[in-house]
Design a protein around this ligand. Structure first.
Ligand code: FAD
Length: 590
C-alpha cells in the first residue's frame, strides 16, 4: 500500500528512518517530512487512545496507574514498557517501576503535562559541554517558539480567589505562521490546594513570578505552570496529537507502528544503513536509510539499541557476544535521575484528587468538562516553585556538597517544589495536601546496560538514587524546607490535625529524615543523559553537538538520552526544542 501513511510490513527504503515515534521522534520525523524528505518512523506501540480517555483527559494525568513507582505495578502493555529497575542500594533496595510511553506520542502521551523551559545559564552550560554556541538560550529560543502555540489563561474558567498571575507572552510565537503544533496553555480549573501552597511557598521566600517559567528564569519564585493542553478541547497535546496529526495531513510521512526495532545495521566504514524491524512480532524485515538513521527511543531504549547494534562499552558487549562496531564507553552510563519526596497534612479544601474521588462530584464535574471544557477533569494541577537553597539551609551542608553545588551555574535552582494532593483518609479529612521537593541536580549516577544480546529482554536499569552523599544532604535540607513551608502561620486555618506523613513524632532527626527519604523518594520521571552530548568520547560523550554518534556515520540520537545532564525541572519543552534544532540542522546540511 505505497500511498498509505501506514505501509504494510516488508523491506522498503527511505532517506531517513526515525526509531521511536515518541516526543522527540515525531517532531523530528514531521519536520523532515515537511521539507519533502522521504521519512519513515518506527514505533513499537500503537495509539494512545487504545486506553480510552486515560491519555486524553488532563484530570487523569496524575491518577494514571502507569505512574505507580512500585515493584508490584499494574500492567498496561498498551501504554507502557513496564520497566522495573534494579534494587536501588541508596533507596532501601527498592525496585521501582519506571513508566515509559510505548505508543505513538511516546512518553508525551503519558506524562503529567507540565511545560516549562530551563534557565539561560543552563543553556550556556549545555553550549560549553557541547562545544557549540548554538545551545545558548538566545540561539535556542527560536526552536522553543517554533515548536509551540501558547493560548493565554481563560480567566473566566479559572475564576478562583488569589489565582491570577502575569506571564511573558513574548517568548512564544506572535503570528500563526511562526507558531508550532504543540499546544501550550493553562488548566481551565485551579486546584484550591495549589492556591494555599502558593501561600506556603511565599512564606519561605518564594513569591509569585511575574513572568512564569518560560523566559529562562526559574530560581526564587513559584508559578502556575503552562501545560501541554489543547485549549479548544481541553485534552492532552502530545507529539502524536500535534506533530504527527499535522504531518499525516500535510506530508508523505510513513508510520510503522506496532513495529519493534531490534538492531541498527551498518555497512563497511561504520555507516548506518538501516534498521531491522518486526511488526506485531511477525517476520523481520529491513527499512533501509539512504541518508541517516535517527534514534529517538528515549533514555532507556536508545542506549539499549545502540548496544544491541554494537555501539557501546566493549567490556559490556564482548561477554554478550555482540560484535563491536564502535567501542564507546559512555553509552548507557551517566544516567541522571532527579528524585522527589513529600510532607503531607490534612487540609480543609477540596483538590483535584478529592474531586475525582468523590462520587457526589462526578456528575457535575463531568458536565462541566463535557459542556464547558472546564472543571477538575480539564486540569493537571500546576503550581510549582524553584529555589537555590537559602544560606540558612546551606549552613548544614558539608564542604564537599557545597563545592559540588558551586559547579552549577548561578541561575540553576537546586530544589523544585510541587503542589499535589490525595483524596483524604477519614476523620473528617477529605484531602491530603502533598508538598513535595525534588532534588534537581543529582550527583549520583546510574546506568542502562543489557541483560542479553536480544531486544526481547528489557534493558537493565539502575538509577543510582542517593548513592552520592551530596544528594542525600541536599535532600535532607529540602525536607526541612518542606516542613518550614507547612508551618507558615498563614496555613493554620487550612491544615487539619497532625502531620500525616511522615509524621512529626516518627521523623525528627536528620538521620530519620534521610531514612524516610531513602524509603519513600520516587523518581520524578525525568531520567536523561544516557547517550550524553559532549566533545570527548573517551570522557563518556556519546554524541557531538549535531547529535551525531561518535565513531560511526549517518547516525544521530535525538531524545532525552542525548541531553548532556539533568535539566532543572521538567524536560519536555526542551526535548521538543532540541528535536526542532537537530531537524533544522539536518535540513541545513549539518
Ligand atoms: C510519568 C511521567 C510523567 C512526566 N511528566 C512530565 C511533565 O509533566 N513535564 C515534562 O516536561 N516532562 C515530564 N516527563 C518527562 C518527559 O515526558 C520525557 O522526558 C519525554 O517525553 C521523553 O521524550 P523522548 O523523546 O526522549 O522519549 P519518548 O517520548 O519516551 O519516546 C521514545 C519512543 O521510542 C519508542 N521505542 C523505544 N524503543 C523502541 C524500539 N526498540 N522500537 C521501536 N520503538 C521504540 C517508544 O515506544 C517511544 O514511543 C514525564 C515522564 C513520565 C514517564
Amino acid at each position: 500500500s505505497g500511498s498509505s501513511a501506514f505501509p504494510s510490513p516488508g523491506n522498503a527504503s527511505y532517506e531517513y528512518v526515525v526509531i521511536g515515534g515518541g516526543t522527540a521522534g515525531l517532531a523530528m520525523a514531521a519536520r523532515l517530512a515537511a521539507a519533502g524528505k522521504s521519512v519513515a518512523v518506527v514505533e513499537a506501540g500503537g495509539w494512545p487512545t487504545e486506553m480510552g480517555n486515560l491519555t486524553t483527559v488532563p484530570g487523569y494525568a496524575f491518577s494514571n496507574p502507569v505512574l505507580a513507582p512500585v515493584e508490584a505495578f499494574p500492567s498496561i502493555p498498551l501504554l507502557d514498557w513496564e520497566l522495573l529497575s534494579q534494587p536501588q542500594t541508596g533507596a532501601s533496595n527498592r525496585r521501582v517501576h519506571y513508566a515509559a510511553g510505548k505508543t505513538l506520542g511516546g512518553t508525551s502521551a503519558v506524562n503529567t503535562l507540565a511545560y516549562h523551559r530551563a534557565t539561560k545559564q543552563t543553556h550556556q552550560r549545555w553550549a560549553s559541554i557541547a562545544g557549540h554556541a548554538s545551545y545558548t538560550w538566545d540561539k535556542m529560543l527560536k526552536f522553543f517558539v517554533k515548536s509551540t502555540t501558547l493560548t493565554p489563561p481563560d480567566w473566566t474558567k479559572r475564576a478562583s480567589p488569589n489565582a491570577t498571575f502575569t506571564y511573558d507572552s513574548t517568548v512564544f510565537c506572535s503570528s500563526s505562521s511562526s507558531c508550532g503544533p504543540l499546544q501550550v496553555s493553562y488548566s481551565n480549573w485551579v486546584d484550591p490546594t495549589s492556591t494555599w501552597f502558593a501561600v506556603a511557598l511565599k512564606a519561605i521566600g518564594l513569591g509569585l513570578s511575574s513572568v512564569g517559567f518560560n523566559s529562562g528564569v526559574l530560581s526564587g519564585s513559584g508559578a502556575y505552570t503552562t501545560e501541554t493542553i489543547d485549549p479548544a478541547s481541553a485534552t492532552r497535546s502530545s507529539s502524536q496529537t500535534s506533530y504527527l496529526a499535522w504531518a499525516l495531513q500535510n506530508t508523505q510521512l510513513k508510520v510503522y507502528n506496532r513495529t519493534l526495532a531490534s538492531k541498527i545495521l551498518f555497512t563497511s566504514g561504520n555507516k548506518a544503513s538501516g534498521v531491522r524491524v518486526t511488526t506485531d512480532g511477525a517476520a523481520a524485515y529491513t527499512l533501509t536509510a539512504t541518508k541517516e538513521v535517527i534514534l529517538s527511543a528515549g533514555t532507556f531504549h536508545s542506549p539499549q539499541l545502540l548496544m544491541l547494534s554494537g555501539i557501546g562499552p566493549q567490556k559490556l558487549l564482548t561477554p554478550l557476544n555482540i560484535p563491536v562496531v564502535k567501542d564507546l564507553p559512555g553509552v548507557g552510563q551517566n544516567l541522571q535521575d532527579p528524585i522527589f519526596f513529600s510532607v503531607q497534612n490534612g487540609v480543609t479544601t477540596p483538590s483535584l484528587a478529592s474531586e475525582l474521588a468523590d462520587p457526589n462530584r462526578v456528575a457535575p464535574n463531568l458536565a462541566s468538562y463535557v459542556n464547558n471544557r472546564a472543571g477538575p477533569y480539564s486540569s493537571a494541577g500546576g503550581y510549582i516553585a524553584f529555589e537555590k537553597l537559602p544560606n540558612s539551609s546551606r549552613a548544614a551542608l558539608s564542604a564537599r556538597t557545597l563545592s559540588l553545588l558551586a559547579t552549577l551555574p548561578d541561575d540553576v535552582p537546586e530544589i523544585e517544589y510541587l503542589a499535589g494532593s490525595f483524596a483524604g483518609t477519614g476523620n473528617g479529612v477529605t484531602t491530603i495536601g502533598d508538598l513535595s521537593a525534588a532534588v534537581l541536580n543529582p550527583f549520583s549516577r546510574g546506568s542502562v546496560t543489557l541483560a542479553s544480546a536480544s531486544i526481547a529482554d528489557a534493558p537493565v536499569i539502575d538509577m543510582g538514587w542517593l548513592t552520592d552523599p551530596a544528594d542525600a544532604e541536599v535532600a535532607v535540607a529540602a525536607f526541612k524546607r518542606l516542613r518550614q513551608a507547612w508551618s507558615a502561620p498563614a496555613l493554620a486555618s487550612w491544615k487539619v490535625g497532625p502531620e500525616v506523613s511522615p509524621g512529626a513524632e516518627a521523623v525528627q532527626t536528620d538521620e530519620q529524615m534521610l531514612d524516610y527519604i531513602r524509603s519513600n523518594a520516587i523518581q520524578i520521571w525525568h531520567a536523561s543523559a544516557t547517550c550524553a552530548m559532549g566533545t570527548d568520547p573517551a570522557a563518556g560523550a556519546v554524541v557531538d553537538w549535531r547529535a551525531k554518534v561518535f565513531g560511526v556515520d549517518r547516525l544521530r540520537v535525538v531524545d532525552a538520552s542525548a541531553l548532556p545532564f539533568a535539566l532543572p525541572g521538567h524536560p519536555q519543552a526542551t526535548i521538543y526544542a532540541f528535536a526542532e534544532k537537530i531537524a533544522a540542522s539536518i535540513l541545513e546540511g549539518n
